[in-house]
Design a protein around this ligand. Structure first.
Ligand code: ADP
Length: 404
């Protein structure tokens, strides 16, 4: 089965084309600057050869036409006809309380997603544009929606509720939803596969540390808590997001700076986090390089980042009554040995002991980095949300065929 996975953002579409017989990526790429000057498609073939197409990509539908065109082109493509694509899997950011697992796209699913655009105004509309575009370009192709929020729908009520008037939860759905669910699900499943253990008896903390970052507590194979909340701004310090902050400080800043909700949202989502503290960059590599040269604000940004993750690991160990497995993933979690070491330093009391020799210099590899005697296993597992989406898509298509 060949599955096309799409991640439609506001001005970009990332894609990966899988042959699930051997979980191979047979092509991938990105359409960028949709609706802007200088839009283009960057395509990578299975052998790593890259090609670029510039053009007037005015909207998502044209972007997807470009993708389908290159996949089926005689010169650069990997299929002879479009009907070789068995299904399309979409990353959909918000599935609200309704979608507890991935779903075959139909009218009811589309209606619900339209409703949830209120909860994710930046993300769900472009996700829907991708779904609509494919429906009009290849109406016969089955589409599956895989939600960032679905994995966290198992959280108990006492962990997802905010202590605000209950009526606001009922009226607007104000609660913790959590995000990065596909990544947390992939890395914990993969870690258990590598270890040959059943997650049923395990207490796991997964740390997805990228530009966006979140921690998840997984007990018995289900999410019981996660650090992102109603929106992705809660929790860890991220590239440009503040993470946890006293909401009293938010209203104070809004008063003092005379800014409205839109500007405040931009301030806490785009100008805060590592960028806000360091004043130089949201990229952890640049901050690390400046810190190594003695930049004090960069040193502070790193300490704050590590400390916040450490606090969440402790909190989730308490919430689950212990921890057996700690997993690092995401651009920073997979690549930065110093971040992993900084976070784990001082957590020996929980039974977390990193083998510095194994950890040092390690990049993007599936590996155990804890000492053989460490009570808690610590692992690096590179995330692969696209593969997870492709696997879900295949599963749902197979199930739907059985029903017919
Ligand atoms: P996104 O959330 O946008 O998917 P990524 O998961 O790609 O983000 O993570 C981006 C972060 O990963 C950046 O802060 C970057 O500095 C960091 N990163 C990427 N590669 C490395 C590396 N080799 N060493 C240290 N940090 C890295």
């Amino acid at each position: 089965m060949k599955i096309l996975v799409l991640n439609c953002g506001s001005s970009s579409i990332k894609y990966q084309f899988f042959s699930l017989a051997n979980n191979a990526v047979i092509a991938k790429g990105i359409v960028e600057k949709i609706g802007m000057k200088g839009s283009f498609l960057k395509h990578e073939k299975e052998d790593g050869q890259k090609v670029m197409f510039e053009g007037e990509i005015l909207d998502h539908k044209i972007g997807i036409e470009y993708i389908l065109g290159v996949l089926s082109s005689a010169k650069h493509g990997c299929i002879a006809k479009l009907d070789e694509i068995s299904a399309v899997g979409h990353r959909v950011v918000h599935g609200g309380e309704l979608f507890t697992e991935s779903k075959l796209v139909n009218e009811a699913v589309i209606d619900a997603l339209e409703k949830y655009t209120e909860l994710a105004p930046l993300h769900n509309p472009p996700n829907l544009k991708g779904i609509y575009a494919l429906r009009s370009l290849i109406p016969s192709i089955p589409q599956v929606a895989v939600f960032d929020t679905a994995f966290h729908t198992t959280m108990p009520k006492h962990s997802y509720m905010y202590a605000i008037p209950y009526a606001l939860y009922k009226k607007y759905g104000i609660r913790r939803y959590g995000f990065h669910g596909t990544s947390h699900r992939y890395v914990f499943s993969r870690a258990c596969e590598i270890l040959g253990t059943d997650p049923k008896g395990l207490k796991i903390v997964t740390c997805h540390l990228g530009n966006g970052a979140s921690v998840c507590a997984i007990k018995g194979g289900i999410s019981v808590d996660t650090s992102m909340g109603f929106t992705p701004v809660e929790g860890l310090i991220m590239g440009t997001r503040s993470g946890d902050i006293d909401m009293g400080a938010v209203s104070y800043i809004m008063d003092k700076e005379k800014i409205g909700t839109k500007s405040a949202s931009t301030l806490f989502n785009k100008h805060s986090g590592l960028l806000g503290i360091s004043g130089i960059s949201s990229d952890s590599r640049e901050i690390r390089a400046a810190a190594d040269k003695g930049d004090e604000r960069c040193m502070l940004a790193i300490k704050m980042f590590d400390y916040r993750v450490k606090k969440y690991i402790g909190a989730y160990a308490a919430a689950m009554g212990g921890i057996d497995l700690l997993i690092f993933t995401g651009g920073i979690g997979e690549n930065s040995d110093t971040t992993r070491a900084g976070i784990c330093d001082g957590l020996e009391f929980l039974g977390i002991e990193i083998d510095q020799q194994v950890n040092t210099g390690l990049r993007s590899k599936e590996i155990i980095i804890s000492k053989p005697g460490s009570k808690v296993k610590v692992m690096v597992v590179p995330t692969n949300e696209e593969l997870m989406i492709a696997i879900d898509t295949q599963k749902i298509i197979d199930e739907s065929k059985k029903l017919v």
